[in-house]
Design a protein. Structure first.
Length: 427
């Protein structure tokens, strides 16, 4: 048995923590500050006689095909990336509050029937984000690939009736980027340069994702101040042996307009936060406004939180909200790790609980019932988990969990954290 196994759960082996997102999946072990691997949530399959990469989330309605894809995908996680025998492990599965029931049930069938794991705890990603902060009250803004979901927590209790959901997320940024490429970008073939719009064919999702990660910046809103920001430099991307894409700086600052500028429904990320606060009881709005945490891949964009804070300040003082919301000051938590896997970290902390087995769904129970409870129907159980974690974090006599949180949040240890392996190969 490894030293980590004996430190976390004594005689039991360390649980596996799995966070399957629409675009990327994070996998690793409980008690660790970062996932071992981050890999695309795609599987190679045969479509119309051709091998093609497909997203797991796209098969939420075809449960039979979904189970086949999940078997291959989970098999690669266990035996290719984590190198473990799943039969003697427990699992913490971090799920979205909007996770389709077909995906959740199919995943349970795969891990319990095919891989025979001991037990699994399905935990909502927003609650795991709260755990990673070590606080009991916060407004969690999860800005992922397909949607942005806001869910407030007050004293570990979720206010699900105040939840806000929108498609203003990573996919909307990709769509905006594609438009900007055709409008501003140019391509150089050797010594010949021509507009990108002259290119025929669609841009692959992989290229869009690479450009977004490397070129996207938060931009500047002239309403914030009268001082003009420094110009953003152009970026070049090598698309082939003699094919170079030039993306101008003026277009880079416009990428996030897809989620910060109001859409046809007059909705933006900032307006979603204010609408969420207005739906909350008036006596807790100030606490929530001072405890905002943004997680997800979009939160890692340089200047994202700064621009969001400025957008909130401007919008709160606008004619639309100045008479409705008395709170004019907003404060943001800085996630102790990269925002992309902050929710995974909450699952890692949750996996260190001594009574994890009592709060999980056992294999025998699932094989008998063949159903899974929705997390919204298990709030009492999940809240007890939160209270147990908060008690252990604040207790001086139980340093195991407190040390995990404090070490992660300390800058000295953060600089020595292991690098996360981001895998782009075929699953």
């Amino acid at each position: 048995m490894s030293l980590l196994d004996s430190m976390v759960l004594g005689s039991e082996k360390v649980p596996i923590v799995l966070d399957i997102g629409t675009a990327y999946t994070k996998c690793g072990f409980a008690g660790e500050p970062a996932p071992r691997h981050i890999l695309p949530s795609v599987v190679m399959t045969c479509v119309d006689g051709q091998e093609k990469k497909v997203r797991i989330a796209d098969y939420s309605k075809d449960t039979e095909e979904l189970v086949k894809l999940l078997k291959r995908f989970i098999h690669s996680i266990f035996f290719k990336y984590l190198l473990v025998n799943p039969k003697d492990r427990r699992m913490i599965i971090v799920e979205s509050v909007l996770c389709p029931n077909a995906i959740k049930t199919s995943l349970a069938k795969v891990i319990f029937q095919h891989f025979e794991v001991q037990s699994a705890m399905f935990a909502p990603n927003h609650l795991m984000g709260l755990y990673s902060l070590g606080v009991s009250t916060a407004l969690i803004v999860d800005c992922g690939y397909s949607e942005t979901i806001l869910l407030p927590f007050y004293e570990t209790a979720s206010l699900f009736n105040c939840c806000q959901i929108s498609g203003l997320a990573g996919k909307a940024i990709n769509n905006q980027l594609e438009k900007l490429l055709y409008q501003y970008a140019s391509i150089t073939y050797g010594e010949e340069t021509k507009p990108f719009a002259a290119e025929r064919g669609l841009i692959s999702e992989d290229i869009l994702e690479e450009i977004k990660v490397k070129a996207c910046v938060a931009g500047h809103n002239t309403e914030f101040s009268q001082i003009s920001p420094a110009p953003v430099k152009d970026m070049k991307f090598q698309l082939g042996p003699s094919k170079v894409l030039t993306f101008p700086g003026e277009a880079r600052v416009k990428m996030l307009d897809a989620i910060f500028e109001p859409d046809p429904n007059d909705t933006s990320i900032a307006s979603m936060i204010i609408d969420c606060l207005l739906m909350c009881p008036i006596d807790i709005r100030k606490d929530l406004a001072a405890s905002i945490c943004v997680t997800g891949g979009c939160a890692a964009i340089p200047g994202f939180s700064y621009r969001l804070k400025k957008e909130l300040t401007v919008l709160a003082n606008s004619d639309r909200y100045k008479n409705e919301l008395s709170v004019k000051t907003f404060k943001f938590y800085e996630t102790p790790v990269h925002p992309n896997y902050a929710n995974w970290l909450g699952g890692s902390i949750c996996g260190t609980l001594e009574n994890l087995a009592e709060r999980s769904i056992s294999r025998e129970s699932f094989m008998k019932e063949q159903t899974l409870p929705d997390w919204t129907h298990s709030r009492k159980r999940l809240r007890s988990v939160a209270q147990a974690i908060m008690k252990r974090v604040s207790s001086e006599r139980t340093p195991s969990l407190a040390s995990v949180v404090s070490k992660i949040m300390s800058s000295s240890v953060r600089s020595k954290m292991p690098k996360v392996a981001i895998n782009d190969d075929k699953a």
